[in-house]
Unconditional design. Structure first.
Length: 295
């Protein structure tokens, strides 16, 4: 059966700095479970869905995962690889004084780690509620900005580094547009490092146990995963790109790919996080980290 197709929508939403909000804009009744489908979802539709979903779910997300993420820890993914040891942004001793943009910052845990090493970070997120959690934990030394990753409200060459740990990139319909924006706001010689769900996981069920080790879908099917309400409005959207797609998107965005890191699951990490688990992590990569340079 062919999944329902949504009508074309205009791309992008304007970026805004945080201000008074009316609160989360939930479009799903509390007792209604959204339908999960595979169908087209444009840039504006995806952005609206992400904003409302994260506003609704930020409290639960931070309650469930805040202990693992810490208040000022820079973790690249559920495997627990941290920037302190990975050094994908460079030597931590050389971060002092460098302007760093974190995209999809959530409660700004990574930005807080950067600030503790003397960097000058700006934590950007689409969700007002996520940024409220950043304020709750503490925003000393941080800039907090609410904006869409596809329309960064910064001047050209404003930052030395940019990073995103599972933020924004998996949820946007046009990643090249985001990469071009990041390229624009970075100074020449800057570095852009982002992590996403490893593309191979899209062919497997989102299940941490043995059932999650059997391929059930085509790796090459780029149709977005959409959760929609009873009126067919998207309330959650995630976009799939193959590994090759991601590489081509990086290049189309103006960057040179320096490294592609696929973290192995460490023995110390015994937790399950959604479809990530020690069982699956020992056999199949769960995270892909792209290290990119702006030449």
């Amino acid at each position: 059966m062919t999944p329902p197709q949504s009508p074309p929508e205009p791309d992008g939403l304007p970026g805004t700095v945080p201000g008074p909000q009316s609160g989360p804009q939930s479009v799903v009744a509390a007792d209604a479970d959204p339908d999960a489908v595979r169908r087209r979802a444009g840039a504006a539709q995806s952005s609206r869905a992400s904003r409302s979903w994260w506003d609704r779910n930020a409290d639960e997300y931070q309650n469930e995962h805040g202990g693992f993420l810490g208040d000022d820890r820079f973790v690249w993914g559920p495997e627990g690889l941290d920037e302190e040891s990975a050094r994908l942004l460079g030597d931590p001793a050389e971060l002092a004084g460098r302007r760093v943009l974190e995209i999809g910052a959530g409660a700004a845990q990574c930005a807080r780690w950067l600030a503790a090493r003397g960097a000058l970070p700006v934590a950007l997120d689409l969700s007002h509620r996520q940024l409220q959690h950043a304020l709750r934990i503490g925003a000393d030394g941080l800039g907090l900005v609410q904006a869409d990753a596809g329309a960064l409200p910064f001047a050209d060459g404003s930052f030395d580094l940019a990073c995103s740990a599972y933020g924004a990139v998996p949820f946007v319909a046009d990643p090249v547009a985001v990469f071009r924006e990041v390229h624009r706001v970075l100074r020449p010689g800057g570095r852009w490092v982002f992590s996403v769900t490893h593309p191979i996981r899209w062919a497997l069920p989102d299940e941490p146990g043995p059932d999650g080790l059997t391929f059930t879908a085509s790796y090459f099917d780029r149709t977005p995963y959409v959760e929609q309400d009873e009126q067919g409005r998207a309330v959650y959207v995630e976009h799939h790109r193959t590994l090759g797609d991601r590489v081509r998107d990086v290049v189309a965005g103006g960057f040179r790919l320096v490294d592609l890191v696929e973290p192995e699951w460490p023995a110390w990490n015994t937790q399950e996080w959604g479809g990530w688990s020690p069982l699956r992590g020992a056999l199949v990569p769960g995270t892909a980290i792209f290290v990119c340079a702006r030449d």
